[in-house]
Design a protein around this ligand. Structure first.
Ligand SMILES: Nc1ncnc2c1ncn2[C@@H]1O[C@H](COP(=O)(O)OP(=O)(O)OP(=O)(O)O)[C@@H](O)[C@H]1O
Ligand SMILES: [Mn+2]
Length: 271
């Protein structure tokens, strides 16, 4: 007779780390007290269990795959795991307690830049996520089937406004609309046909559309072949504390810039 736990034990055999996603204190303590010879990494929005090894989850990803990917990328960024490691991820798929274990092999290709984008930006992580999702959706569908480009500048809006000028009247003048609202997302997509950048505050308020960015471009190092939209999108993040999310009309990729550098480049179709 073979016990079921022997068979399923393969999932956690010889792993280099155990990741527990958003555990309760009592749940975590059982593992912390077990004296395992591998790190027990807690991945959660807050370190409420006082875990020794902790990766911050800036938002609750409903999608388990995204949650796991994010946790692993964060652990890579913090040198907790490295390429080639096998990790066991203990997650809750349905509401409530941990109900699944997923075995994952850590690979360099998992370092997408998304962790850096969410965790180390000045703007609220949920604002970054909402803008990112608009860019991804626009990239997937385009505007009425045609490829479209867009430039979103998120955070440090006052300073960004000082480093830019209007190309046309601002449809968001005096309005108090925020990203994440489904109607607003439709508006953002509609206005993306027109020139210039969207300026969004740390808290997600849409400050302006149609802004022409005029940052100083020196010291900006972006991949060759990218044009004016990407150059302006990169340079503004060096001049201000903003993060930009740029959808390219010509190659369809979504890129993000911070501190004058590209931190993310993804194909919307893969997301
Ligand atoms: N400084 C700027 N501020 C805001 N928007 C800009 C700026 N420069 C260019 N754009 C916008 O980017 C659009 C495309 O310009 P361009 O083709 O040079 O950029 P690109 O980086 O090659 O982007 P894409 O890959 O989408 O073609 C312009 O029509 C304009 O709307
Ligand atoms: Mn171009």
């Amino acid at each position: 007779m073979v016990a079921l736990s022997d068979l399923l034990g393969d999932v956690v055999a010889d792993v280099d780390a155990l990741f527990i996603f958003s555990p309760s204190s009592s749940y975590y303590e059982r593992y912390a007290d077990a004296d395992l010879d591998i790190p027990v990494v807690v991945v959660a929005p807050e370190n409420v269990v006082d875990a020794e090894t902790y990766v911050e989850l800036p938002l609750e990803f409903d999608n388990v795959r995204d949650r796991i990917r994010f946790g692993i990328e964060g652990a890579m960024e913090n040198d907790i795991v490295e390429e080639g490691d096998a990790v066991a991820c203990n997650v809750s798929v349905f509401d409530g307690d941990q109900d699944a274990v997923v075995r994952v092999r850590v690979g360099e290709e998992m370092r997408s830049g998304i962790y850096d984008l969410f965790a180390n930006s000045r703007a609220d992580p949920s604002v970054i996520r909402d803008v990112f999702e608009v860019a991804i959706e626009l990239g997937k569908k385009g505007q009425k089937g045609k490829p479209v480009g867009a430039l979103f500048v998120v955070g440090d809006a006052g300073k960004v406004m000082n480093k830019s000028r209007p190309l046309s009247y601002n449809p968001f003048e005096k309005s108090h609309v925020h990203v994440g609202d489904p109607i607003v997302n439709v508006m953002l997509k509609e206005f993306s046909r027109l020139d210039g950048a969207f300026i969004i505050s740390d808290s997600g308020k849409i400050v302006s559309a149609y802004r022409y960015l005029e940052p100083a471009a020196e010291g900006v190092d972006i991949p060759k072949g990218l044009g004016a939209r990407h150059m302006a999108g990169a340079a503004i993040t060096r001049d201000t504390n903003s993060t930009t999310i740029v959808l390219s009309e010509s190659d369809g990729l979504v890129r993000s810039f911070k501190g004058g550098k590209m931190i993310l480049e993804i194909d919307p179709e893969d997301y």
